[in-house]
Design a protein around this ligand. Structure first.
Ligand SMILES: [Zn+2]
Length: 369
């Protein structure tokens, strides 16, 4: 589940690295070491640097620097968010870029606009700075590897800015577009309209990719199409859960089990009560949670001897009864769990499951926004 590694902190925010990125850094290093092209009369790419050892060192430094620039882009978003009082949990760098994980963004189009612009703005400034520093000077000669490094990095940052300003989810430009729509119409409608523009854009890109046999373009088109639909769905869900608290939808009568109960007894209990998971409590304190999935890991013939304590999940994600239902939804999605124990002043007061959330969404989706 946890496939990312914390590499450090910036502005107090943990910056994490997804494992896929390690492969991509090597790929980028390789890709940029094997070509060299003039752009605006300057060398772009490290293919022409001799000897090979120096070429590879520069390519590798470039690949790492590029992802530091992606992190700076995300920190740009985070900085504006933080200044407006939004908590940032972490920044994770993936193979296609970065994702800043933050608490719900208040539906304030002007704030969203500023937040969405902040990332591309950072990329733009970094890009221009690199381009300026790469210009021939007393320190850097025209064809010095360092000049090539700065020029290549500058171009990539400017591309990063332009790419992120494409008016489509999940790019920043999609958020800018939504914020702009949201000043004129309700939020859900604004999201739908922005998603619609994103999908049209994706189809155009896809056609272009198809006719030019450009698979990267096809991949981006696909990515944008999915992103637009996901954003639309997520917004509709968070809006329909608006104002609903965990305590309104949780199951308050929590049946708990003891850690020395056998799995056979647990299986019978699940069958009888049609619950898929139980908190495990000992002497009044919560020890873990045991679910149908945990039970299924143990072969049927062993269930008479294995106890709940041996298979339960001890790592718990808890939520309070006064928290928003949408916060429970986010936590479940982020942590990949289906139910959360509800704790009030250290006491277990209920359990909220994905099914509870789905029911709440279904019941409230008839409301008017
Ligand atoms: Zn961004």
């Amino acid at each position: 589940m946890d496939s990312s590694l914390q590499i450090g902190k910036a502005m107090g925010i943990p910056v994490r690295l997804h494992w896929t990125l390690l492969v991509v850094i090597l790929y980028i290093a390789w890709a940029f070491a094997t070509f060299s092209e003039p752009i605006l009369g300057r060398t772009y790419g490290f293919g022409g640097i001799e000897p090979a050892s120096v070429r590879w060192i520069y390519s590798f430094v470039f690949a790492v620097a590029l992802f530091i620039c992606v992190a700076l882009h995300e920190l740009g978003h985070s900085y504006v968010a933080r200044k407006s009082g939004i908590e940032i949990r972490s920044i994770t760098l993936y193979f296609f870029g970065g994702v800043a994980s933050m608490e719900a963004i208040p539906r304030n189009p002007r704030l969203e606009l500023r937040m969405a612009f902040a990332g591309p703005a950072v990329s733009g400034v970094v890009g221009l700075l690199c381009v300026l520093l790469s210009q021939p000077s007393a320190i850097v000669q025209g064809d010095h590897p360092l000049a090539i490094l700065l020029w290549t990095l500058g171009i990539m940052n400017l591309l990063l800015m332009v790419f992120n300003l494409l008016p489509a989810f999940p790019m920043d430009g999609g958020r800018v577009l939504r914020a702009w729509f949201a000043t004129r119409m309700p939020y859900v409608k604004a999201t739908q309209s922005a998603a619609e523009v994103g999908r049209m854009f994706a189809i155009l890109l896809g056609i272009l990719g198809l006719f030019s046999f450009n698979f990267i373009l096809l991949f981006i088109a696909f990515f944008i199409y999915i992103g637009a639909s996901e954003e639309e769905k997520a917004t509709a869900i968070s809006v329909s859960l608006e104002g609903i608290k965990v305590k309104n939808i949780m199951s308050p009568e929590v049946h708990t089990v003891h850690s020395n109960m056998t799995l056979r007894a647990l299986q019978d209990l699940m069958f009888r009560e049609k619950h898929r998971g139980y908190p495990v409590v000992e002497d009044g304190s919560l020890q873990g949670i045991v679910t149908l999935t945990d039970l299924q890991k143990i072969a049927d013939e062993k269930r008479d001897s294995v106890e709940v304590g041996a298979v339960m999940t001890r790592k718990l994600y808890l939520i309070g009864p006064e928290e928003e239902a949408s916060a429970a939804m986010r936590m479940m999605n982020e942590m990949g769990v289906r139910r959360l124990p509800v704790i009030d002043a250290g006491r277990l007061v209920g359990i909220v499951s994905r099914e509870d959330l789905v029911r709440a969404i279904e019941l409230s989706s008839g409301r008017n926004f």
